[in-house]
Design a protein around this ligand. Structure first.
Ligand SMILES: O=P(O)(O)OC[C@H]1O[C@@H](O)[C@H](O)[C@@H](O)[C@@H]1O
Length: 334
């Protein structure tokens, strides 16, 4: 690729380096010291740190940084499908391809650039890709780090085909948490009482319908409480609000996931048995991660020739477990 680091200086410190079998990576930094590392292999965000240098994304200690598969962790974009849907590449092929850096992409709104450190990536399908998914497209991905340390991913997909095509998309996001398991604290009083206290929980998905991947995508309704974890979970929550929160009491941290163009949210934790079956995942690592993916899955997105679709997520990590204000659906984020 050969982009000298100096080219990127005006974008609030952007460095290009090679690592892991010669795969290029870009490091974004903001003046406060927050950083994000993006691999050109898969356009994957492989690290996101706050201004205290704390890692916010989970990466498995057994992750394999080698083609032909995106590594287990960070954030990757699943496109053109989520799940296998008969394709040889589970969760779509774009996360398993080398993306290029685009110096002058079609412009975005000035708010997407001002005060942000960012990198623009581009992927076009190869001849080989077109054999499996015969639709010409351009996929532009901007990864930005804002001055407050928030991480923003903007996907733009353009149909450069002569025919319409449909796709689904998800930002497969592995958040690092203290311990996913609910704790049962028993107080033996004269009349005993049991308090179920959850260290990690998700707010914003209460009362929503979801498709349960563990029961053949059967549809259920969430029963009204924040989501806590006691076993394997693999669900697609439908028509979700623009912001959901992941609260981690022990770490005193709340992740906020704000999204646009992405009505669904996938929640996944493999728990014990499935963890042991995954070669690139530690047996006990399910305790330290939760995937909460902004997505468009239930209803495919269709693009006519020449049309473009935009979908984005913004991740914030705030040092608190109080976040009700941020869940206000009327707040403007981007
Ligand atoms: O092993 P992969 O392709 O990274 O997928 C891991 C999991 O990702 C989750 O997001 C899906 O809901 C699960 O069904 C899937 O098993």
């Amino acid at each position: 690729m050969g982009h000298p680091a100096a080219v990127w200086d005006h974008r609030a410190s952007l460095e290009l380096s090679k690592d892991w079998n010669g795969i290029e990576q870009v490091m974004l930094r903001n003046p406060q010291g927050a950083s994000a590392r993006v691999s050109l292999y898969g356009g994957q965000v492989i690290s996101w740190r706050n201004d205290r240098g704390e890692e916010l994304l989970f990466t498995s200690s057994k992750a394999i940084f080698k083609s032909p598969k995106a590594m287990r962790g960070g954030i990757s974009v699943c496109f053109p499908q989520f799940g296998s849907c008969g394709s040889p590449e589970q969760q779509g092929f774009v996360k398993n391809r080398i993306w290029t850096i685009e110096d002058n992409p079609p412009p975005l709104h000035p708010n997407d650039s001002i005060g942000k450190s960012f990198i623009d990536l581009l992927l076009k399908p190869s001849e080989e890709d077109l054999k499996f998914w015969p639709h010409g497209f351009e996929f532009r991905l901007r990864v930005s780090l804002a001055s407050d340390g928030n991480l923003i991913l903007i996907s733009r997909i353009r149909n450069i085909n002569g025919k319409p095509f449909s796709f689904s998309l998800a930002y497969h996001t592995y958040l690092l948490v203290s311990d996913i398991r609910s704790l049962i604290i028993t107080f033996l009083l004269i009349i005993h009482s049991i308090i179920l206290q959850s260290e990690v929980r998700i707010e914003g998905l209460e009362t929503l319908d979801y498709l349960d991947n563990l029961s053949g995508r059967e549809r259920f309704t969430e029963q009204g409480d924040a989501i806590t974890f006691e076993s394997e979970v693999d669900r697609v929550y439908l028509s979700s609000p623009r912001c959901v929160a992941v609260l981690d009491h022990e770490r005193k941290r709340t992740y906020l996931i704000r999204k646009e163009g992405l009505p669904d949210v996938v929640v996944w934790n493999p728990w014990e048995k499935k963890s042991k079956a995954m070669t690139d995942f530690g047996d006990e690592e399910y305790k330290q991660m939760i995937c909460v993916n902004g997505a468009a899955i239930e209803k495919n997105i269709t693009l006519k020739p020449g049309e473009e679709w935009t979908g984005r997520i913004e991740l914030a990590a705030i040092p608190s477990t109080f976040c009700s204000d941020y869940l206000d659906p009327h707040l403007n984020f981007f």
